[in-house]
Design a protein around this ligand. Structure first.
Ligand SMILES: Cc1ncc(COP(=O)(O)O)c(C=O)c1O
Length: 364
């Protein structure tokens, strides 16, 4: 076991990271997309799973993607030699020099980056990933300028290899019309150029084989959450890489009419047994989880009662054998994080990041 976040030692709630699950999920990516290289997305501390540990476990991926230069620098400092792409690219020329020295690839998504890259004097050329806005309207150059950018990058001595990439806005919704329109846009603007492309995130890896191109970019599916609305992680053969656990610290009786927690939002409609679990929004449990959100203890699913507090939640233990000190699973193998995300009007991405950032973390 290795400690990932010692600043959280004093919290009792914990996240456990399962290396076998990460590898299983990487294998699922390879099965869905056997002819593409895999760029594992390990930004945001590998969605809360610990970036350095995830990079070690996922060493058989072909490349890694992170969002920020600092993440890439940290990976290199830890000894990672894998091809690395910074999705936001570099912000200023000094940073670009460091990319070149450390063999870090950059995204080019706006004109200033292009100019700075072309005007630099780099000792070693960098790989450039030209990001094209095909309809998401976040980062990316206008699609009709692709050929111009591509030509200028390819002719620069500061650039080793040029790739073209884009990102889907709605791939989780398999019937969304924008998916095909984005794909067609990328096909159109790359029609006359011989270039390696990348477009597919997890949802598109599963749902849109035509978007796989030369490199796929899985994130959430590596961590065991379903990227597609209405399909479970289990149905997709994905395994939870994060186990989020806490401890039962009290068992008490409620009488019909008793209200629970801040705001008294839950009122018992019968006499019942209630448990207090030592995890709350301070540990990354979602503050907006509703009454009835599932929580697992001693082989049974129980329901959340009332509001989530900073360091505790209340659960209905009526009919459950449990005592203070028992282990409680907030999500993981027994309970998919997608269920808790749905019950708290959030997404698994946010829940995993928050728990990973807040909690003491171990590798299983
Ligand atoms: C540019 C880019 N590619 C790939 C991914 C991975 O997406 P997902 O986690 O949905 O697989 C992300 C994540 O946000 C991203 O921003």
């Amino acid at each position: 076991m290795s400690e990932e976040s010692s600043s959280h030692l004093w919290r009792r709630a914990r996240v456990l990271i399962n290396s076998d699950a990460l590898l299983n999920n990487l294998n699922r990516v390879r099965e869905y997309s056997p002819n593409s290289q895999v760029m594992a997305v390990i930004k945001a501390n590998a969605y809360g799973h610990g970036m350095l540990a995830a990079a070690t476990v996922l060493d058989s991926a072909d490349m890694f993607a992170v969002a920020m230069p600092e993440e890439a620098f940290a990976l290199r400092a830890s000894g990672c030699t894998k091809p690395l792409l910074v999705l936001h690219g570099f912000s200023h020329v000094d940073e670009l020099q460091k990319f070149a020295a450390l063999k870090i690839s950059t995204v080019i998504h706006h004109p200033q980056q292009l100019d700075e890259l072309l005007e630099s004097d780099l000792a070693t050329p960098v790989d450039a990933w030209l990001k094209v806005d095909t309809g998401m309207h976040r980062l990316g150059i206008p699609a009709d300028e692709t050929e111009d950018y591509f030509g200028r990058l390819r002719n620069s001595s500061n650039v080793a290899k040029v790739y073209v990439m884009s990102h889907f806005a709605n791939a989780d919704d398999v019937n969304n019309k924008l998916n095909n329109s984005q794909l067609e846009c990328l096909l159109k603007v790359t029609n006359d150029v011989d270039v390696d492309c990348s477009m597919a995130n997890s949802a598109a890896i599963i749902g849109m084989p035509k978007s796989h191109f030369e490199v796929v970019r899985p994130g959430i599916m590596l961590y065991g959450s379903s990227p597609i609305s209405g399909v479970t992680a289990e149905e997709l053969g994905l395994q939870a890489a994060m186990q989020f656990e806490a401890e039962l610290v009290a068992v008490k009786q409620l009488k019909a009419g008793d209200a629970v927690g801040y705001g008294s939002t839950y009122v018992a409609n019968r006499d019942m047994t209630m448990g207090i679990v030592a995890a709350g929004y301070g540990d990354g449990y979602p503050r907006h989880a509703k009454n009835g959100t599932p929580v697992w203890i001693n082989g049974q699913r129980c329901e959340l009662l009332g509001r989530v507090s900073m360091d505790s939640i209340s659960i209905d233990l009526t009919g459950v054998e449990a005592m203070a000190g028992d282990r409680v699973v907030l999500w993981g193998r027994e309970l998919c994080v997608d269920e808790i995300a749905a019950a708290s009007e959030s997404i698994s991405y946010e829940l995993l990041c928050n728990a990973g950032a807040a909690c003491f973390s171990l590798r299983e």
